[in-house]
Design a protein around this ligand. Sequence first.
Ligand code: SF4
Ligand code: SF4
Length: 261
Amino acid sequence: MAGQNDERKFPRREFLVRTLQLPCSAAVVTVLGPLALGSDAAAASQSGSETSEHYFGMGIQVDKCIGCGKCVEACKAENDVPREPYYFRTWVERYVIHNDGDVSVDSPEGGIRGFPLHEGESDVLRSFFVPKLCNQCDNPPCVQVCPVGATFKTDDGVVLVDSDYCIGCRYCIQACPYGARYLDPRTNTADKCTFCYHRITQGLLPACVEVCPTGARIFGELNALASPLRRLMRMSSLQVLKPALNTEPKVFYSKLDGEVR
Ligand code: SF4
Ligand code: SF4
């Protein structure tokens, strides 16, 4: 986790605070208070400490996903994501490998209503579903490009957007190599998956994890040896998406086919 310690010592939020020439980050939390911060950012300030004991990640077992889309629906409902089919904090893609080696990918409405069957298609070799979301990168390009420090990484490793600072410039949306961000048309600010930060800081699971009927998604602590996520890491060979980009995702996949982009 390169740069993690640096980030904790001198996070982007603190940098913003310093440029505003306020006395210290703690003072800013007091000055701005929860009402002045976005709800996730407020949760971050309340849960946060300079040295959080948590470091969150997610595991996704591709061979367990049945493409039912319950996670997509639960996420939209839990996080008040616009209902139009252009806005998702999590979505599911179906990969179809054909006999001739061609690969097709679809995600109708993000998979929120499941997927139509391949009726009549005789050339399908195999198909599988890949749930996607913000990878909560440990080295997040979205944070690096934000000109006002509105997007930042918490001490517990979750990348958040403070909507009160976001100026809607879309730099972060363009910088994310995973297509994980959108501009909320109601607020004109950037948004994305927060791992349900308001829930996990209360000891609850993210909504997508809680509703998954097959246990395809596993949420947990990267720091705790006995956590379900660390168990999955010990028992399976895990991959991340686009590893060559050095974004250091904290969403890990098991049984990920090489065709997945
Ligand atoms: S997946 Fe995209 S939005 Fe999420 S932390 Fe990485 S770069 Fe940022
Ligand atoms: S709820 Fe679980 S099984 Fe259904 S699409 Fe989402 S990850 Fe896959």
